[in-house]
Design a protein around this ligand. Structure first.
Ligand code: OSB
Ligand code: MG
Length: 415
């Protein structure tokens, strides 16, 4: 196949209107931005190939807008980084710095003057593209950007009196929910958690974390006990795709009927994932490697050339790709080429998880997401999570995120 002759949908043509997104309710005057921060303790410490953590700091940008007729509305979003640059370079400290620049750009002030209040005479935003345009100059910092974009959509949906998924062209009223099981000291410990997910929760699918040396025994034990479970693994970049021993382990995983192997290779690689794993029959899922729609288009082109689109899966996390519009663009690019898509998680609070559920309501999202845990994620959450039953989550039908009152009162100093 000659890749030059392949037509691949170009992300630049995917405007909000062409994506079926409703965003035409007139200009919005930004009045102020406040950021709430909360340290949240996980009920179950989580271990992946990059490390173990038991708490997270969440930033919640709240943006107040005024319409032309004088109505005011406040929308809230969530930034979902980890506490250290383990998963990518972002962490809650870097998000705080980036939110300073985002606030300055959105309010029309310099970063040193920015106090959250709009500069006098600030021009209104006319739609999501004009909102994003205010801070397009900021390189990277996807998780900070996703938080402010979430606030924009919550506000737009509240003004129209609809749930966010309606603005986004979501079509499903419930979505399949999977769980992500962290590494544990023994295979039995992992198996115990998988048993809760399968036997008590009737989860739609299980994902387990793996790394070289802690992979085959775990997968083998789960498969022995649950031969037909929808099962996948996530390596968080722990395998060296140029190391023959690592490649041999990945080849051995091929025998277990996994739905996919997620991000075996390095964050900043797409090429070696396509070329060096083309001999596996298990689909390869990219998480860390896909930071925007350009990466998705390039991955699709590489799989068309070296493997097959049906052996590529993309884990679309709105926080990792800088927001919801970009997430929808990626999902649409994938679906147009027969690439499967699901929505991963960053241990978001109930707000961020619910935003992920609204995104997952899009028809292109065709595999279960990392939406639930074996126990509630946090000791204390900011809202009730959407209703979970038998492997499915209900997409909230209330206005905005559909969460009711948020408990953000405990505004703590970020350490
Ligand atoms: O790689 O998908 C990942 C959590 C934090 C950072 C990265 C990842 C994860 C998870 C858990 O796997 C997802 C969740 O339940 O929110
Ligand atoms: Mg992952």
């Amino acid at each position: 196949m000659n890749p030059q002759k392949e037509t691949i949908l170009d992300e630049r043509s995917l405007t909000p209107a062409c994506l079926g997104i409703l965003d035409d309710d007139g200009p919005l005057f930004l009045e102020k931005i406040r950021v709430f921060s909360r340290r949240m303790t996980l009920r179950i410490p989580f271990e992946t190939s990059f490390g173990r953590f038991d708490s997270l700091v969440r930033h919640f940008p709240a943006i107040t807008f005024r319409t032309e007729d004088g109505t005011t509305v406040t929308g809230i979003g969530e930034c979902s980084p980890l506490s250290a640059p383990w998963y990518d370079y972002e962490c809650h400290r870097s998000v705080e710095v980036a939110l300073g620049y985002l606030t300055a750009s959105l309010t029309g002030k310099s970063v040193d003057e920015a106090d959250g209040a709009a500069a006098p005479g600030l021009a209104p935003v006319t739609g999501v593209e004009s909102f994003l345009g205010r801070y397009r100059w900021i390189v990277g910092h996807a998780m900070a950007k996703a938080g402010v974009e979430g606030a924009y959509w919550d506000a737009r949906a509240r003004l129209r009196g609809v749930p966010v998924f309606r603005l986004w062209g979501g079509t499903k009223s419930d979505v399949e929910a999977g769980t992500s099981v962290g590494l544990e000291p023994t295979v039995e410990d992992v198996l115990r958690k998988v048993a809760v997910a399968v036997e008590e929760m009737h989860i739609a699918r299980v994902k387990v974390k793996v790394k070289p040396g802690r992979d085959l025994a775990i997968v083998e034990a789960i498969r022995k006990r649950y031969p037909s479970l929808r099962l996948q693994v996530d390596a968080n970049a722990a395998y060296d795709l140029l190391n023959p021993e690592h490649l041999a382990r990945l080849k051995e995983l091929d025998a277990f009927g996994l739905m996919m192997i997620e991000q075996p290779g390095r964050n900043d690689d797409i090429f070696d994932h396509a070329v060096r794993l083309a001999h596996l029959s298990t689909p390869i899922c990219l998480d860390e490697s896909i930071l925007h729609a350009v990466h998705a288009r390039q991955a699709i082109a590489l799989w068309k050339q070296y493997s097959a689109p049906s052996r590529l899966v993309i884990n679309v996390k709105p926080p990792r790709v800088g927001g919801y519009l970009e997430a929808i663009r990626i999902a649409v690019l994938c679906a147009a080429s027969g690439v499967s898509v699901w929505c991963g998680g960053m241990h978001e609070s109930a707000l961020g998880k619910t935003a992920n559920v609204h995104f997952s309501s899009r028809p292109e999202v065709n595999l279960p997401g990392d939406h639930v845990s074996q126990a509630p994620y946090f000791v204390k959450n900011v809202a009730e999570s959407p209703r979970y039953e038998e492997g499915r989550l209900t997409v909230p039908q209330g206005v905005g995120w559909g969460l009711g009152e948020l408990d953000l009162a405990e505004e703590t100093e970020t350490p």
